[in-house]
Write a protein that binds this ligand. Structure first.
Ligand code: DX5
Ligand code: ZN
Length: 232
């Protein structure tokens, strides 16, 4: 029994998802870039919403998401980098978000916020900053559909990857198993073809990639290569 179970594990194909971050798209050609993702092997649209308070940068807001949603044909994964996100849960549901992630560091009543997200029919995600310890999720992991481990300090695209991320993924994976949760693990920031495979080996299920995809000479090919590299 034990032997066949371990054999099965060894030969199970990964189903790693790739989520290009629209923050790195060309906003003068937004529809073109959305269609590129639609026609690629990418799985989700990753949408970064920044308020200039929780993070030192302002990205884009509701009208832009509405425009993206008009053309996007894949899952919309919204990453809120804003204080007091409860104010906008309903709005993001109406704007077409399928997954809504709030920051652990921005929520006083995280459990309540997660229930409010689910009540609007969305999957509930929690993003954690590089300094935030995985152990802090222990009492709420069972209620979380997705944990987004930040592998850079949130606020900007194009930053370099923080190496401690691998250890955090492993620790989170162990917590998920220990608690019998079904949470999936997303990694966000500085993802490239240099770290993608190792992130999946550590336990990542979804890789967000902004600059690496959109600044590439051939973004569609780059998505294909990332998919191939991370599904083994
Ligand atoms: C950072 C954002 C990321 C960012 C990733 O605050 O949450 O989603 O767009 O961009 P890259 O892949 O360029 O680090
Ligand atoms: Zn993000």
């Amino acid at each position: 029994m034990h032997c066949s179970a371990s054999l099965r594990n060894n030969y199970t194909m990964k189903n790693t998802l790739i989520a290009p971050s629209v923050l790195a798209a060309d906003f003068g050609n937004l529809q073109r870039d959305i269609e590129m993702i639609n026609n690629s092997e990418a799985d989700w649209f990753h949408i970064d919403i920044m308020d200039g308070v929780f993070v030192p940068n302002i990205s884009y807001g509701m009208p832009v998401l509405e425009a993206i949603n008009r053309h996007a044909k894949k899952t919309i994964d919204v990453h809120l980098m804003i204080i007091d996100p409860d104010r906008y849960i309903k709005t993001f549901a109406e704007l077409g978000a399928n997954i809504l992630s709030v920051h652990y560091e921005a929520c006083t009543h995280l459990h309540r916020t997660l229930q409010a997200i689910k009540a609007e029919g969305m999957k509930a995600g929690v993003a954690i900053n590089p300094h935030t310890n995985i152990d802090l999720l222990e009492d709420v992991i069972i209620d979380i559909d997705l944990v987004c481990i930040m592998s850079v300090n949130p606020g900007f695209g194009g930053q370099s990857f923080i190496e401690n991320t691998y250890a955090k993924i492993e620790k989170l994976k162990a917590l998920i198993i220990k608690k019998g949760a079904t949470t999936i693990i997303e990694v966000d920031g500085g993802v490239t073809n240099k770290n993608a495979k190792q992130l999946v080996e550590a336990g990542a299920d979804v890789l967000v990639a902004g600059s690496f995809v959109f600044k590439a000479e051939n973004p569609t090919q780059t998505i294909h290569d990332l998919k191939k590299l991370t599904n083994f």
